[in-house]
Write a protein that binds this ligand. Structure first.
Ligand code: FPP
Length: 235
């Protein structure tokens, strides 16, 4: 594949884990655990194809309303992932950042996140973002509050609030907006993911359920992206 035609940043809504598990008469958390394996493979494939940034929706602000068993299962998966990722990020030169409000997560998980972000901050390979307790509206509100406090304390004047400076105060500070969003399982919704950042992003909704998402599916997504005319800015 010609790397010049590859999107620089792919955002992914990993949907369909529950349905995938149900089809196999297995608990939903089995779907999430297979989904996390798929995610590792997709990161590797994407990077090898020339993608520089991958951002995934791992746990939304709305996901707390799922059953206690499912929330606990997802939190355990994330705990294991954050610990393992310290070694894996070093091996793969991968930088990991979390977007979302992590203050609602268990203290040990917050600690692992901080350790991982710090340990991987200079790695120049894949730039990998995990959205955790993330909601696009929540992120925008947190940013508005941050800027309002600066206005109130006199360190920012209202006239200086621009799109660029607003972007610089989002969780994704320093990360270019996604070029391509993939949401698996044929659901055609954004579901409160990266609302500000997806303004000009190409959207792709394959039918495959996330645990089955293959290298071929990723190639198809990139081929779709290449067929689209970029009409409103971007490259
Ligand atoms: C949506 O499928 C998926 C999620 C809410 C969780 C995604 C999390 C992972 C793949 C694993 C954890 C991530 C990391 C970074 C280790 P769904 O449960 O809504 O599926 P359904 O629509 O078929 O019910």
């Amino acid at each position: 594949m010609d790397k010049s035609n590859v999107p620089e940043h792919i955002a992914i809504i990993m949907d369909g884990n529950g349905r995938w598990a149900k089809k196999k008469h297995m608990p939903r958390n089995y779907g999430h655990s297979q989904g996390s394996k798929t995610l590792e493979r997709v990161c590797e494939d994407a990077y090898n194809m020339g993608v520089k940034y991958v951002t995934v929706y791992a746990f939304s602000t709305e996901n707390w309303s799922r059953s206690e068993e499912e929330v606990n299962g997802l939190m355990s998966l994330l705990r294991v992932y954050m610990k393992d990722a310290i070694k894996k990020s070093k091996k793969n030169n991968m930088r990991v950042r979390i977007i979302g409000d992590i203050t609602r997560l268990a203290p040990d998980l917050q600690e692992s996140i901080r350790t991982l972000e710090e340990a991987s901050k200079d790695y120049t390979g894949l730039q990998f973002q995990v959205a955790l307790n993330y909601g696009g509206r929540d992120e925008i509100i947190r940013t508005v509050k941050k800027l309002s406090s600066k206005v109130k304390e006199g360190t920012l004047s209202v006239e200086n609030i621009t799109e660029e400076m607003f972007s610089d105060n989002l969780d994704t500070k320093g990360i270019p907006d996604p070029d391509l969003l993939i949401r698996t399982s044929a659901e055609q919704r954004i579901s409160n993911f990266m609302l500000w950042q997806l303004s000009y992003t190409e959207l792709y909704f394959p039918e495959v359920l996330w645990p089955d998402f293959s290298k071929k599916d990723l190639e198809d997504a990139i081929a779709y992206y290449n067929k689209r005319e970029r009409r409103y800015g971007g490259v």
